[in-house]
Structures are given as structure tokens and as C-alpha cells.
Design a protein around this ligand. Structure first.
Ligand code: AQP
Length: 342
């Protein structure tokens, strides 16, 4: 059986990058995989979260999953802290993973920045909790954006080391699932930085709950360059966009990539369609597309968050079903490690 585990942190400001890089793919995957989609609130608290907002943001991410089309009957949707097996397995993995492995994680270095000594221990050990999230369900596949590739490598190392250390074949070594054109959506203000929840400027991202006017304004003001839009000649022989071409015109390629992802068209078709166009024309067409795609989802998210009891019921049911899978796997882990169950 092929099983997916993935999650989004309830840290507010859910944006187009989260949608195109994660949530949209969740919907596509539910047809072919047994899917577990988590709202990873325990990851969120590796940096400070206001407790009241954390609850609201947890419901907001759940509403985004549902509004985007994740089916809570076919998939398991829950928040991480309701299933204690995540924390329990993460502790065991803290004792399996090596310090040297964690020291190499670039995301910790980026997020801790210059104030490394002040970062939480949780931020440092984050990849071990991510390994526990995935392996508590023996997930075989994990959809990952570019930024999470290194963490998934660590999960694979943890699975292999655990199996070797304890002489078992308990954990599968999960495979990454990488998606097409817009796996990395960049900031609308700076094409060299990724679109991010924590970026202070609201103009840098399109939020999933933005109104049509907000979306139009943000796209109109998005940074561009003085050239006309490029054509398909920038693609390499395999039809991919070479890194040098992206770096030469990061803002143009970001907007074109967003268009391709939102319209589900190959990048080649989009480049052919807009070759030689002015940014102003392309931005107007992109705005219509973004409003058509995000508008109904934003309304549905608002409807759902106005009825927190219905969202909580989805999470409660999902947590129960998640526990039913994780508990027997944790029993196997206890047995392998030598924990006595008296
Ligand atoms: N810009 C992006 N382009 C494509 N995918 C993205 N993701 C995030 N930003 C982009 C994907 O969204 C999923 C959920 O991310 P997360 O909430 O767990 O944390 P993150 O990756 O740290 O998201 P942000 O928005 O960048 O938040 P901050 O600013 O707090 O760091 C992941 O699958 C991620 O790849």
C-alpha cells in the first residue's frame, strides 16, 4: 500500500506558495494514495506562537485543506498535537539521529540566524519530529517542496539507522514526490526570495483569503523588469527552465510559473502564449486566473472558519483514525527498542 504523509504549519498567512507547493497537490494525490494530512501545530511552536492565534490558525489550515478539495472521508485530516505518538516517536528518534546530521540542516541555520544560542531546542530537533510524523504511519511517499528535501533525506537516514541498529525491517524508507512548475513560488517583491508566511510585507505574498481587489493590487504592483516576456527558447532540450535563465529574470519566471501552475498548463505552452507580451497585459490575465482559482476557495475558508465546531469535528475524527494506525506501529517500536510493556 502506498501511503502519503504531509503537513502544513498553522503559523498564519497561508499563501499561494503553500497552495501551489503543497495543498493543491494534496488534492491530486488522494485518488492514488492512502493520504494523511496533518496540521503540524507541534512544529509551529518551535518558534513563538500566540496561543489564541495558534488555535485560529489550526482551524484556518484545516479549512484550507477542505476548501481546496481534500476529502475528509477519503483522507485523514488532523492536528499533530492530538496524536501523542508523534512526540513519543520523536523522542526515540532523538536518540537515533546523530548531532552531526542535524548540524548540517540548512533550514535551522536560516531560521536561527545570528541568534543561534537563543533558538529553541525544538527548532534544532525539528527534523526528528518530521521523521516521526512520517514514520509513525510507515508512510511510503512524502510530497516535498525544494525546501524540505534535506529534511526528508534525514527521515530516510533515521529509518535506515533504526532498522540497522535494532536489526528489524520496521520502517520503510520513504520516497520524495516532487511536483512540476511552481514547486517554489517566490516573493512578489523579490524574485530571489521564496514567498513566505513570515515575510513582514503583506504585498510580497498572495494570501489564500485575499479578496479579488487585494489579488489584483498585489499582482499589479509585483516587481517586474523592463524587458518583454521571454518565449519557449529559454527552455532546455528537456523542456525545463535552466537555473541561469531563472536567475537572469527571476520575477518574470516566477509569475510565468505561477500562471502555469494555476492553469495546469505546461510551462512551454505558457511561454509560447505570452512570448513578447508586455508585463501589463500578462499581469491582467494572471489576475483573472488567480481570482478565479483563489476566490471561491477563500470564500469557502471563511464559511468554514465561521463554524469552528464543524472544523473541530473533522480534526477529532481524523485524530482518532490516525491514532488507530500509529498505536500498533509504536507498539512494534517499543518491542524493537526493548521497552517493557508490563
Ligand atoms: N514559496 C513557496 N513555494 C512553494 N511551496 C511552498 N511552501 C511554503 N512556501 C512555499 C510549502 O508549503 C508547505 C507548508 O509549509 P509550512 O507551513 O510547513 O512551512 P514553510 O515551508 O516554512 O512555509 P512558509 O510559508 O515559508 O513559512 P515561514 O515563513 O514560517 O517559513 C510545505 O510543503 C512547503 O514546501
Amino acid at each position: 500500500m502506498k501511503r502519503i504523509f504531509s503537513g502544513v504549519q498553522p503559523t498564519g498567512n497561508l499563501h499561494l506558495g503553500n497552495y501551489l507547493g503543497a495543498i493543491k497537490n494534496f488534492v491530486a494525490l488522494q485518488d492514488d494514495y492512502d493520504c494523511i494530512y496533518c496540521v503540524v501545530d507541534m512544529h509551529a511552536i518551535t518558534v513563538w506562537q500566540d496561543p489564541k492565534e495558534l488555535k485560529a490558525h489550526t482551524r484556518e489550515v484545516t479549512a484550507a485543506y477542505l476548501a481546496a478539495g481534500v476529502d475528509p472521508k477519503r483522507c485523514i485530516i488532523f492536528n499533530q498535537s492530538q496524536v501523542a505518538e508523534h512526540a513519543e516517536l520523536a523522542w526515540i528518534f532523538n536518540c537515533v539521529a546523530r548531532l552531526g546530521w542535524l548540524n548540517r540542516m540548512t533550514q535551522f541555520k536560516e531560521k536561527a540566524g545570528k541568534h543561534r544560542e537563543n533558538a529553541s531546542v525544538g527548532l534544532y530537533a525539528y527534523p526528528n519530529l518530521m521523521a516521526a510524523d512520517i514514520l509513525a504511519y510507515k508512510a511510503t511517499h512524502v510530497p516535498v517542496g525544494e525546501d524540505q528535501k534535506q529534511h526528508l533525506e534525514l527521515t530516510r537516514d533515521v529509518a535506515q539507522k533504526f532498522n540497522n541498529d535494532f536489526g528489524v525491517e520496521l520502517f520503510p524508507v520513504p520516497e520524495p514526490l516532487i511536483f512540476g512548475a511552481a514547486t517554489r513560488v517566490m516573493s512578489l517583491r523579490d524574485g530571489a526570495r521564496k514567498m513566505s508566511k513570515s515575510e513582514p510585507s503583506n504585498m510580497s505574498r498572495i494570501n489564500m483569503t485575499d479578496t479579488a481587489d487585494d489579488i489584483a493590487k498585489k499582482i499589479r504592483k509585483a516587481t517586474s523588469d523592463p524587458e518583454l516576456l521571454p518565449g519557449a527558447e529559454v527552455l532546455d532540450a528537456a523542456g525545463a527552465l535552466p537555473e541561469e535563465a531563472r536567475k537572469a529574470r527571476p520575477e518574470a519566471h516566477n509569475l510565468l510559473g505561477i500562471y502555469a501552475a494555476l492553469s495546469d498548463k505546461p510551462l512551454r505552452d505558457v511561454l509560447e502564449e505570452f512570448a513578447g507580451s508586455q508585463f501589463s497585459h500578462f499581469k491582467a490575465v494572471l489576475t483573472d486566473l488567480a481570482v478565479a482559482a483563489l476566490g471561491p476557495m477563500g470564500h469557502e475558508m471563511e464559511r468554514l472558519t465561521a463554524d469552528p465546531a464543524s472544523v473541530d469535528a473533522v480534526l477529532r475524527d481524523g485524530a482518532e483514525r490516525a491514532r488507530a494506525i500509529a498505536q500498533p506501529i509504536l507498539a512494534e517500536v517499543h518491542d524493537a527498542v526493548g521497552f517493557l510493556r508490563a
